[in-house]
Design a protein around this ligand. Sequence first.
Ligand code: DGI
Ligand code: FE
Ligand code: FE
Length: 188
Amino acid sequence: MDRSEMIKKLKPKLNEKRFVHSIGVEYTAASLAFVHGADVTKARIAGLLHDNAKCIPTEEKLKKAKKFGLPISKVEKDNPDLLHGKLGAYFAQEKYGIKDPDILSAITYHTTGHPDMCLMDKIIFVSDYIEPNRKMIRDLTEIRKEAYEDLDKCIIHILKNTLEYLDDKNAVIDDLTRETYDFYCKNR
Ligand code: DGI
Ligand code: FE
Ligand code: FE
């Protein structure tokens, strides 16, 4: 499937803001792939498709994940929006014909990250946070700079701020989010 076909399929699944964000992640992922030596074409596809399941209503996410036999943790059951990565990877495979494991993994883990990410996982995780249409959040200028200079430092910074943000909101923190943070702090 070429890019214009993917866009034709993707656009009606998203609202305007989410579509604009997805294009932003596509190009940000391409620029990070230039700098860090990853496959630019794969980075663009993963970026474009990463949130393809984001706009499915919350309870529908849970229903669909069950229907497709995807693994669902307790935290995901209680916060089904967290499932949009796993569901997105499922649809990438089934609806967009993506077979590449790097692309599917990057989509799966883009919200929480996971310990010991491969380069493509890191690029999508970071692009999602720094793309130009994101509203300015704390440290974003510095985090954007780190993305091009020191990817692991950037990941730690993003996770630190996300954990603080979730803590302030008293949101339940997914095990993977904390495990990812601990892993990258330990491995510096
Ligand atoms: O889908 P996007 O908005 O582009 O970005 P995303 O996939 O990173 O999702 C961001 C949301 O996910 C944000 O509201 C914070 C939330 N989130 C990230 N990690 C966790 C989390 N929510 C909970 N409850 N637990 C987490 O560990
Ligand atoms: Fe997302
Ligand atoms: Fe996103």
